[in-house]
Design a binder for this molecule. Structure first.
Ligand code: ADP
Length: 553
């Protein structure tokens, strides 16, 4: 027997029309290179309607890929809706990719047009002749003092909008499984891989940002997404805000901590989100700003250090809300929102819970599997396993089937490459990525856990731990440490700091002091580079020589 309910597509036109009909009076502010602009959602919606017909004027195919190379702005939000609502596929190009990667992804996705912020033209324009399918470059003039190339492919966004006839009526997407947007993962090995979001996956994921144990976005909120709109749809926050009716503030090209703190204060922002690096940069400024309106700082992309979250809690009363996910998971998969059983814990214990990656959000399922055998691991907070994920906004494959293979299990779950433990409530604690684990004497050592402990040392700015070959234990940890400016630190001090914190056989065999941890194009630690540098490392005086034969103390 079938249900007798209406079969309406879960698609982005609903987000657009809901925002237009109910929240037209709300505002969208964008900080430009020179000034700040504000428009109402009604004005924004009219611009989306104009943009919808611009794609026809530019002769973009019915499902053509619409590239963007842009900061977080109101205009970018126009593209976020106009492209998918007309059946086109939004392709947010990551402005921080290396040039060869950018050329690869634009060609692989077959972008027909790219909308580029004027301030980003110096990065984009030198590549344009290598982009095989791009017929138009539309400049979003953010007031930057940058020359606009005189070329028949180049158009001015505002001129196109002004000349366009607004689309009338309601946007419709008949099949909710139609592609809405795509985003390439940066990939530390091989070519970037294309993740293709559908209307259905995007809409369902947006709803998660409205749930009480999610970001709880509501009409009363003012949202400032610091996380880039070219990074997994800014964690779905802009779509969530439109659906909920929150006002929006976009930081534009000026991503300095001073600028972000100023916007948070001036616009009485209630919810913001970004990677830990952003909040580390802003921490010294907290005392100078009135951030009393802020109720939530969503943080993820890499582990949120407990010390950072605690520094915010102490300064402004708002710790970080830790979330975990990846491009392939749209990206929100787990969140570390406090549960009723945490209410009686001490502040320090609660801080430990906040440092965990948290519990799977509704509709997402996770399990832990042994990386080698695939055997499912218990949620006993001791056993570790690779996180596998399933759900309606988790990737089933990559664009053109390229790069997947081993990344999906036989029963269709995504292998995330992250290794974690889970307590009996399924609260995850990430210990490593599969490829970064250190296998010493047959036992795993979590490099991320070691790094977190080393970075808790007051004189350490950054630390990365990698595996180096060892004649007896096969692999042993090497710590690469960056000391804070003006401080001095010895290897012995690092080891002494770790001794009470980790098992003895986890202690790094050596500590190397480096100037900076090399980063990938998206700012994550590039352990590959470190491994290349220290691959032939010979451990001279193993401090862990006292481990027993099975590698344990
Ligand atoms: P890429 O997969 O190209 O590195 P993503 O932005 O998709 O780029 O990054 C996803 C990865 O980032 C995850 O697999 C995980 O290793 C890391 N990550 C994301 N969120 C967290 C978090 N809250 N804590 C620790 N690591 C995280």
């Amino acid at each position: 027997m079938l249900g007798l309910m209406q079969d309406r597509p879960l698609a982005l036109p609903h987000v657009f029309h809901r925002a237009e009909e109910y929240f037209g009076h709300k505002t969208i502010v964008t900080a430009g290179a020179a000034d700040e602009t504000s428009m109402t959602v009604s004005e924004w919606a009219q611009r989306v309607r104009r943009l919808a017909t611009v794609f026809d004027t530019l002769d973009i195919s019915a499902d053509g890929r619409v590239g963007t190379f842009a900061w977080n702005t109101g205009r970018h939000l126009e593209l976020y809706l106009a492209a998918p609502c007309t059946g086109r596929v939004l392709h947010t190009l990551n402005i921080r990719l290396f040039p060869e990667q950018l050329v690869y992804v634009a060609n692989h996705a077959e972008d027909e047009v790219v909308f580029v912020d004027r301030s980003l033209l110096p990065l984009f324009w030198p590549l344009v002749d290598k982009l095989e399918t791009v017929r138009h470059v539309v400049v979003l003039d953010d007031g930057a003092d940058v020359e606009i190339p005189s070329d028949p492919r180049v158009h001015d966004y505002e001129e196109l909008l002004a000349a366009a006839t607004p689309f009338e009526g309601r946007f419709e997407i008949a099949d909710e499984n139609t592609a809405a947007a795509m985003c390439y993962t940066s990939g530390t090995t091989g070519n970037p891989k294309g993740v293709v979001y559908s209307h259905r996956s995007t809409l369902l994921h947006s709803l998660i940002t409205l749930t009480a144990d999610g970001a709880a976005l509501s009409e009363r909120d003012v949202l400032l997404p610091v996380v880039p709109m070219f990074h997994a749809n800014a964690w779905g926050l802009p779509y969530g805000a439109l659906l909920a009716g929150s006002s929006l503030v976009f930081p534009g090209p000026n991503m300095t901590p001073q600028a972000i703190a100023g916007l948070l204060e001036r616009h009485r922002v209630t919810v913001t989100g970004g990677v830990p690096t952003i909040w580390m940069g802003m921490q010294p400024l907290l005392a100078q700003h009135d951030l009393s309106a802020l109720r939530m700082i969503l943080c993820g992309g890499s582990a949120v250090p407990k010390a950072l979250s605690e520094a915010y809690r102490e300064a402004i009363g708002v710790p970080m809300l830790h979330a975990w996910g990846m491009t392939e998971t749209s990206p929100i998969a787990t969140m570390s929102t406090a549960r009723s059983r945490h209410a009686t814990l001490s502040e320090d214990e609660r801080a430990d819970i906040r440092a965990r990656q948290g519990q799977a959000v509704p509709l997402v399922e996770v399990r832990l599997a042994d990386p080698a055998t695939g055997e499912i691991q218990p949620w006993d907070d001791v056993s570790t396993g690779e996180i596998q994920a399933a759900g309606p906004w988790i990737a089933a494959d990559y664009y053109r089937g390229e790069g997947g293979g081993a990344q999906f299990t036989e029963d269709g779950w995504l292998r995330t490459g992250d290794v974690a433990t889970a307590d009996r409530y399924g609260f995850l604690r990430l210990v490593d990525r599969t490829k970064d684990l250190i296998k010493s004497g047959g036992e795993w050592i979590g490099s991320v856990e070691l790094e977190n402990e080393i970075m808790a040392h007051p004189k350490v700015a950054e630390a990365a731990v990698i595996a180096v070959p060892h004649p007896k234990w096969v692999e042993r940890p090497l710590a690469c440490v960056v000391v804070k400016p003006g401080e001095t630190l010895t290897a012995e001090e690092v080891i002494a700091h770790l001794e009470p914190r980790v098992a003895k056989w986890w202690l790094p065999d050596a500590v190397e002091f480096i100037d900076e941890v090399p980063k990938t194009s998206v700012g994550k630690f590039s352990k590959k580079t470190l491994r290349e540098k220290f691959g032939g490392y010979q451990v001279a005086t193993p401090t862990a020589a006292s481990t027993t034969d099975d590698g344990r103390t």
